[in-house]
Design a protein around this ligand. Structure first.
Ligand code: ZN
Length: 374
């Protein structure tokens, strides 16, 4: 007997019949296989949102009839709508992700200053050929990047789960060959501050005011909750940022800390890269409609070729060098000499208005699909 995450289904098929079974249920074979490969009593059906409870089906036909109404569609709100996330709603959303797409794994790679978990969503490919990492919301007031990344991940997972989806083959190839690592919110405290104010974090305004340049709202806050810019915290020419920066103390933006890697969020991200040594890294920020791909000549030659593809599909402009150091991507390139890209979504002043979301998403999703090709 195997059970689904929502209920129980009779499950007596052996491994040899898995492909056939997946086909009968209208589920992509790879997604089905990856969801059920762990030795567990549960039968997991990616792409279905089954109701809770125990369901006993005596035949495959019974099962087909039972699950049919619960098949996730491209037009369903959860796929189609745009969601905004803070740390608590992200946590709920990730539970939903793993229930609907059980081939995803969620790990906690560290905790923020205020002890919020920093999550990584992973896939474990059938044949490990490539590793690619995406991250969003490094900067607090760029939280729209989490919405973009997770919306795209839903479409990737749905395409992998459902053979009738347009990008099914492409999604299957990614699941088969590529270990995805996605950190959707690097800076949960900062995002909560921008979206819900200091009280929501149990802090009083008086504590943060001195760091906020006299502003009464936190819309311009980029840093973590201690006023350190997490994307200036990495040991890749960090001294340049430290000595040239006008900001010599914690602030709502730009201050790189008194040393590299003093902040738990930055350490969690550095440890992740050291542990996994990704082949490719894509850091998602706002704004500017640009893609940065070089770092002081440490970038591999292949970045120059690949960025052309990313530029073509997104319409964003590629830029090799930027007068900026100590970022996560900078350090990644410097440390591993592997491909690293920063994508600056949208145009305007941060935080970008959600009115721009659809335009941003259209361009970015093409870039994200392309970024998964090797
Ligand atoms: Zn940023």
């Amino acid at each position: 007997m195997k059970t689904t995450s929502f209920g129980q289904l009779k499950w007596q098929l052996d491994d040899a019949h898995m492909d056939e079974f997946a086909e009968q249920l209208g589920i992509g074979k790879t997604a089905f296989y990856l969801s059920n490969q762990a030795s567990t009593d549960q039968l997991l059906l990616p792409g279905y949102t089954l109701p809770e409870g125990t369901h006993t089906c005596r035949s495959v036909a019974d099962l087909q009839a039972f699950i049919a109404p619960f098949r996730l569609q491209q037009s369903d709100d959860w796929i189609n709508e745009t969601y905004e996330y803070e740390s608590s709603s992200l946590e709920e959303e990730l539970k939903r992700f793993t229930a609907i797409f059980p081939f995803l794994h969620v790990d906690v790679i560290g905790h923020s200053v205020l002890q919020a978990p920093i999550y990584e969503i992973r896939t474990e490919p059938v044949e490990h050929v490539h590793t690619i990492h995406f991250n969003a919301s490094f900067h607090a007031n760029e939280w729209i990047t989490t919405s973009v990344l997770l919306k795209w991940l839903k479409s990737l997972c749905l395409a992998a789960s459902d053979p009738v989806q347009k990008r099914h083959q492409e999604a299957v190839r990614i699941l088969q060959t590529t270990a995805l690592s996605i950190v959707p919110m690097v800076n949960p405290d900062g995002v909560d501050l921008v979206r819900n104010g200091p009280e929501s974090l149990g802090l009083c305004s008086e504590e943060l005011k001195p760091l906020n340049n006299g502003m009464t709202t936190y819309q311009e806050w980029k840093a973590n909750i201690r006023g350190i810019d997490l994307n200036n915290q990495f040991p890749a020419y960090w001294e340049i940022e430290y000595y040239r920066n006008k900001q010599k103390a914690p602030s709502y933006r730009d201050f790189p800390g008194h040393q590299p890697l003093t902040e738990p969020e930055a350490r969690a991200m550095a440890n992740l890269a050291l542990r996994k040594r990704f082949d490719r890294l894509v850091a998602i920020h706002t704004q500017g409609e640009e893609i940065y791909w070089g770092f002081l000549g440490h970038e591999p030659a292949v970045s120059k070729q690949n960025v052309v593809r990313f530029e073509q599909v997104s319409g964003y402009k590629s830029i090799q060098y930027l007068d900026s150091y100590a970022g996560y991507r900078d350090w990644f390139i410097y440390q591993f000499q592997n491909e690293g890209y920063t994508v600056e979504l949208g145009k305007g002043k941060n935080p970008l208005s959600m009115n721009q979301f659809d335009t941003i998403y259209e361009k970015t999703k093409r870039l994200l699909w392309e970024a998964c090709k090797f």
